[in-house]
Ligand binder design. Sequence first.
Ligand code: CUA
Length: 335
Amino acid sequence: MTRCGKQATRGPAPPAFLVLPLMLGACEGRQSALMPGGQDASQLFLIFMVMLGGAVVLWVALNGMFYYFTQVNRRHFALRHGNRIIIGAGVILPTVVVGALLAWGLSIMPSQRARGDGLVIRVNAEEWWWRVEYWPPGAEAPIASANEIRFPAGSRTELQLTASTYIHSLWIPSLGGKMDMIPGRQTVLTLHPDLEGFYRGQCAEFCGASHALMAFEAVVMAPSAFDTWLASQATPAAEPVTQDQMQGKSIFRREGCGACHTIRGTEFTGAVGPDLTHLASRASLAAGIMEVERDDLMTWIAHTREIKPQVAMPAYDWLSPEELAALAAYLESLE
Ligand code: CUA
């Protein structure tokens, strides 16, 4: 038995109202539907708060009545009084309240499903990472990225969602609701972020061994900064400069990494794994679970399947620490 379990047997559990603030502490931060950063999430947040407020009022009223009629005023009621209470509080009140909530919810649906008015981003769910393509208006070819979705603030971006093998679900709690990603068909989610910042997205549909490790960064930028960033993403990769970086590139070539990964501007054009052209400009590595820095890159390359069970990329554990460091130096230079 765990230490936790032993402690639990010693005395009564703490009252729920003492535990609740601790649990709510987990709702803060950049992956929280309670910290909305856009129009869609704000609407959902408002619905939640109204329903929560209503639930608290009902809970207090019901328990107040229960206490009053069992402890304070224990007289018998006539049958017609009882029937009135049942019909009023058990039939009419719920019908009105739930009906009003339904009407309100339906009135919000059109704006939750509104069409995008600018950028289109295609996201394909892979095992267990996200293939991302930006299609600015009028673009003939996409700008490829992975494991990070950037949005311009103040406009409605359309996310066209697909999946390769399993059903996944894209969810950025701070920006809006979730949408399933289904092999063989396309689903659409539009989001209108307002608040610039870094948010966290997470696959919200159990999809296999590494479901919990399938996250991503969602970055909301000022429109001008976004345009600058997107233009830089369209450029070919930086050439290696230092001895380390050059050695890293030759190891990348020697180990056949280019069979799975594309680095635009080089001979590496693989399409199986994430595009690495601007890997170092991303906020995370391995789909939201590590950082793009030397130690994490070395650890990831040498231990992929220990870190992310059943991932397609083999672990390159035969590389020496020096070779791993050189490879990491090259990847770190891909800004
Ligand atoms: Cu992908 Cu869960």
